[in-house]
Design a protein around this ligand. Structure first.
Ligand code: GLC
Length: 783
C-alpha cells in the first residue's frame, strides 16, 4: 500500500497531560499516549485532529476501565518521554514517531528514523518500524507457515481461501481470521506485543519488502495501537487478553471428541455413527450436522424427510452421551413471496445489509441466492440470537458458524466462478452509528458469533454456550472456539497445524483445532493415525471431512489405526481433569491451553524457532511425527528442565534425543516438577463423575513438584456463584530422601467420594505407588 498525498504530522507544538493520557498537538495532527497499566500503553494518532468515537462493537476495553499507573514526563530538545516503572515511551518532536524502551534503556520498538507515521487523505495510513536483527515474531492470528513469522507479509482481511492445497500452504497469506496482533521476542531478553486496534484491511510487512523494516498499514480507521510489555510471552498475552477478552469456561463436553462430516444424514446414518463409536469403545461426545440437515440450506430449518423428529432423535443420542452441534451460515436464502420465515421477517424489519439502492445485497452461498444480516446492529444480533430457540428446543447443544467471512460466490454454488465481497462502501450499523462494510468486514463473523453466544446464553441462562466459528477477529476468543477451516489430507498440512495452533494460541485464541485427518482428499491410514496424535491434544478436537471424500471415521482405516485412535482418545479423556483445569486457567488469565515451548522457555534460544513441538499446559511436551514412513524423530527438550518419557514414566536425558515413534507412539514428555491429574477412561465426559483420581508426580532436580486440579459441575454457570473447587498439590523431598505429598482444596464444590492413586516418578527411575482410600479436602502423605 503506498500512501500518496500524505499528511505529515509536522512538528510538535505543545503537549497536555490529563490523567493517564498525554495529548501531543502537532502542527497538523494529534497523538494521544495513554498509560493504561504499568506495562500497557495505547498510542493513537488523529491526523485530522479528531479521534474516532468508540464503537459499540469495539473489541477493546475502554481506557477508563484500566487501573492506570504512575508515570513521569521528561523533555529534551528531541523528545518527550513518559516513564512508568517498567517502560519508557519517547515521542519525537520532529515527526511524531515513537521509541519504546524498557526500564534498563534497551530499545524495544522504534519508528523508522527516516519516517514518522504517514496518513493519506484517502484514509490510508502507515507506520514504519525498525526491525532489529535477531528478533523473532509470533502471532498474527491464523497463519500457515512456520512458527517464526519474520520475513513475510500478513494481510488482515477475512477470506475463504477456497479449496485447494496451495491456499492453505506455506505461501498462503490471509485466511478466515484476521488478528492484527503480534509478539516480538529477542533471545534472552524477551519482548513486547503490539495490537493494531483497527478492523479495516491492514497489512503487516515483517521485513518482507525491506529486511530491516516492519511496515504496518491500514486502508482506513485510525493508527491506534496498544503496546504490551512482557518481557515474557505469558505477561504479554495476559495483558493482550485482558484487553481483548478471555474465553468463557466452555461446557466440559465441548472438550470431548467431536465427529463431523459434510454431511451426516439421514438420521439413521447419524445413529449408525453413534452406535459404531459405542460398540467399538472409541470415546466420542459430539456429532456435527453439516448443511444437509437443513431444508434446502435454509438456516434454522430442518429437512423433515431426513430428520423427521429432531427432538426425539437428539434425545436418543443424548441417552448414549452424544451432543448435537448444527451448522449455521450467515447467508439467508433469498426467497421473496415464499414462506421462509427467517427471510420474510428479516426483510420486513430491514435486517439485511442493503446496497445503495436500498435493496438487500445478494450473493450466492449454499442456498444459492442469499442475503446477509447486518450483525453490526444490536437489534439484528438479538433477532439472530433468538432464532436459535427452535434449534435448542430440538435438543441441539451447540452452534457451528461457517462461511462467515462472509464467503460469497458470484455464481450459484457448484459452478466455477470467483468469490465476491460486499462492496466496501456499503453502509452497515444503525443510523446513530453508521459504518461501512470496509470497517465491518473483518468483524462480520465475530459479530455473528457474539449474536450466537449471547442468544444461546439468553435462551439457556444457566448452561454454558458452545459456539464454533470459522471467521474471526481479535477477541474472537470471547465468543467462540475456532477451527482452521478447509485444510487437506496431506502431510504438509499436519506439519503446518502445529505452528498454526501455536500462533493462534499466541494471538489469544486458545480453543482451536484443525480438521483432524484433513478436510479435502484422503491420503490414508498413516496420516490419520499421526493426525489424531496431535488432534487428541488440541484444545478443540474434531474429525471432519469434505463432501465427496471417502468415509474417514476412525474405524475406516483398519484395525491398527482404530486401536491407535482409541488409545489417544482414551488418553484425552483420562487427561480431562488436567485439560479442564487448563481451560479454567485460560478463562481467567488468557494463558493458552496448547502453547509453543517458547511460552515457558523463551530464555532458551533454541525454543524461539521450535515450531514442531508443542506443550499442553506446563507439564506435557508433544513432538508429533508429521512425515510418512518414520518410526523415530528428533526431539528437543527445552532447558532448563528435567524431562520424563510419558510412556515409560522414566527420566530421559537431553536436550536432544531421538525418540522412538512407531505408528502407535506419539513422542510425549513430561516436565520434571509437574503433577498431572488423571481420571478414568470414559466414553464421554459426563459418563461418570470423577470418581477415581490418579496423580502422576514427576520430580524436578530438587525433588519437588506442584500441580492443580479445578472442578465444578462442568455445565452450568454456578461456578460464578462459587460452586467450584481448586486443589493445589505440593511435593517436597527432605534431605533424608523422604517425599511428602500434600493436597489443599479450596472452594465450595464437593467432588465425589473417590480414592486417589499416587504415582511418583523420581529422577532415580524407581516409580513408587501409593493409594489413598478417600480423597479429602486436605491430606498429606509420605512416600
Ligand atoms: C465449508 C466449511 C466446511 C463445511 C462445508 C459445508 O467448506 O469450511 O467445514 O463442511 O463448508 O458446509
Amino acid at each position: 500500500m503506498s500512501v500518496n498525498e500524505k499528511v505529515a504530522l509536522g512538528r510538535l507544538e505543545r503537549f497536555e497531560r490529563s490523567g493517564q493520557q498525554v495529548l501531543f498537538i502537532f502542527a497538523a495532527a494529534r497523538l494521544a499516549v495513554t498509560v493504561l497499566e504499568n506495562g500497557l500503553l495505547r498510542v493513537r494518532y488523529a491526523p485530522q485532529g479528531q479521534f474516532r468515537p468508540r464503537r459499540s462493537w469495539a473489541v477493546a476495553r475502554d481506557d477508563q476501565e484500566f487501573a492506570g499507573s504512575d508515570f513521569s514526563i521528561e523533555e529534551n530538545s528531541e523528545t518527550i518521554k513518559l516513564k512508568t516503572a517498567c517502560l519508557e515511551i519517547a515521542v519525537r518532536r520532529g515527526d511524531g514517531g515513537i521509541e519504546l524502551r524498557d526500564a534498563s534503556g534497551r530499545v524495544m520498538l522504534q519508528d523508522a528514523p527516516e519516517q514518522g507515521p504517514e496518513f493519506a487523505a484517502s484514509g490510508r495510513l502507515r507506520s514504519l518500524k525498525v526491525l532489529p536483527t535477531g528478533e523473532y515474531y509470533y502471532g498474527f492470528g491464523e497463519r500457515t507457515g512456520l512458527l517464526d513469522k519474520r520475513g513475510y507479509r500478513y494481510t488482515c482481511w477475512n477470506v475463504d481461501p477456497v479449496d485447494n492445497n496451495l491456499d492453505h500452504g506455506p505461501g498462503a497469506d490471509n485466511m478466515y481470521q484476521s488478528i492484527p496482533f503480534y509478539m516480538a521476542l529477542r533471545p534472552g531478553e524477551g519482548g513486547f506485543g503490539l495490537f493494531l486496534n483497527n478492523t479495516f484491511k491492514s497489512v503487516f510487512d515483517v521485513g518482507n519488502s525491506k529486511i530491516d523494516r516492519l511496515a504496518i498499514e491500514a486502508e482506513g480507521g485510525e493508527l491506534d495501537y496498544y503496546l504490551f510489555y512482557g518481557p515474557d510471552p505469558a505477561t504479554i498475552l495476559s495483558l493482550y487478553t485482558s484487553l481483548t477478552g478471555h474465553t468463557p469456561l466452555p461446557p466440559r463436553w465441548a472438550l470431548g471428541y467431536h465427529q463431523s462430516r459434510w454431511s451426516y444424514y439421514p438420521e439413521e446414518r447419524v445413529r449408525e455413527i453413534a452406535r459404531q463409536f459405542r460398540e467399538r469403545s472409541i470415546p466420542a461426545e459430539v456429532i456435527h450436522l453439516d448443511i444437509d440437515y437443513m431444508d434446502g440450506y435454509r438456516v434454522f430449518t430442518w429437512d423433515n424427510r431426513r430428520f423427521p423428529d429432531p427432538a426425539r432423535f437428539s434425545r436418543d443420542l443424548a441417552e448414549q452421551g452424544f451432543k448435537l452441534v448444527t451448522i449455521i451460515d450467515p447467508g439467508v436464502k433469498y426467497e421473496p413471496g415464499g414462506d421462509f420465515a427467517v427471510f420474510n421477517e428479516g426483510l420486513e424489519k430491514d435486517y439485511f445489509i442493503a446496497g445503495k439502492d436500498g435493496q438487500p445485497f445478494q450473493g450466492y452461498v449454499w442456498p444459492d441466492d442469499s442475503v446477509f444480516p447486518d450483525f453490526a446492529r444490536a437489534e439484528v444480533r438479538r433477532w439472530w440470537g433468538d432464532l436459535h430457540k427452535s434449534l435448542l428446543e430440538s435438543g441441539v447443544r451447540g452452534i457451528w458458524n461457517d462461511m462467515n467471512e462472509p464467503s460469497i460466490s458470484s455464481v450459484p454454488f457448484g459452478q466455477a466462478g470467483p468469490h465476491i465481497e460486499i462492496p466496501g462502501d456499503t453502509l452497515q450499523g444503525n443510523r446513530a452509528e453508521p459504518a461501512t462494510h470496509a470497517e465491518i468486514h473483518n468483524i462480520y463473523g465475530w459479530l455473528e458469533d457474539m449474536a450466537t453466544y449471547q442468544g444461546l446464553r439468553r435462551l439457556r441462562p444457566n448452561e454454558r454456550p458452545f459456539v464454533l466459528t470459522r471467521a474471526g477477529y481479535a477477541g474472537i476468543q470471547r465468543w467462540a472456539a475456532v477451527w482452521t477451516g478447509d485444510n487437506s489430507s496431506v502431510w504438509e498440512h499436519l506439519e503446518m497445524a502445529i505452528a498454526q495452533l501455536a500462533n493462534l494460541a499466541l494471538s489469544g485464541v486458545s480453543f482451536a483445532g484443525t480438521d483432524i485427518g484433513g478436510f479435502w482428499g484422503s491420503s490414508g491410514p498413516e496420516l490419520w493415525a499421526r493426525w489424531i496424535q496431535l488432534g487428541a491434544f488440541s484444545p478443540f478436537c474434531r474429525g471432519h471431512a469434505a463432501d465427496g471424500t471417502p468415509n474417514k471415521e476412525p474405524w475406516e482405516w483398519g484395525e491398527e489405526v482404530e486401536a491407535i485412535v482409541r488409545k489417544y482418545l482414551e488418553l484425552r479423556y483420562r487427561l480431562m481433569p488436567y485439560l479442564y483445569s487448563l481451560f479454567e486457567e485460560n478463562s481467567r488469565t488468557g494463558t493458552p491451553v496448547l502453547r509453543p515451548p517458547l511460552f515457558h522457555f523463551w530464555q532458551d534460544t533454541t525454543t524461539l524457532q521450535l515450531g514442531d513441538e508443542v506443550m499442553l499446559g506446563e507439564a506435557l511436551l508433544l513432538a508429533p511425527v508429521y512425515r510418512p514412513g518414520l518410526d523415530r524423530r528428533l526431539v528437543y527438550l527445552p532447558q532448563p528442565a528435567n524431562w520424563y518419557d510419558f510412556w515409560t514414566g522414566l527420566p530421559v536425558s537431553g536436550p536432544y534425543l531421538v525418540a522412538m515413534a512407531p505408528l502407535d507412539t506419539l513422542p510425549l514428555f513430561v516436565r520434571g516438577g509437574s503433577i498431572v491429574p488423571f481420571g478414568p477412561v470414559m466414553q464421554y465426559s459426563d459418563e461418570r463423575p470423577l470418581d477415581q483420581l490418579t496423580l502422576e508426580i514427576y520430580l524436578d532436580q530438587n525433588g519437588q513438584a506442584s500441580g492443580q486440579l479445578y472442578e465444578d459441575d462442568g455445565l452450568s454457570f454456578d461456578y460464578e456463584q462459587g460452586q467450584s473447587c481448586r486443589t493445589a498439590y505440593l511435593v517436597n523431598t527432605n534431605s533424608g530422601g523422604q517425599v511428602r505429598i500434600s493436597a489443599n482444596r479450596t472452594g465450595n464444590f464437593q467432588p465425589p467420594t473417590r480414592p486417589v492413586e499416587i504415582r511418583l516418578h523420581p529422577l532415580t527411575g524407581d516409580i513408587r505407588i501409593a493409594r489413598l482410600e478417600r480423597d479429602e479436602n486436605q491430606w498429606e502423605i509420605e512416600l
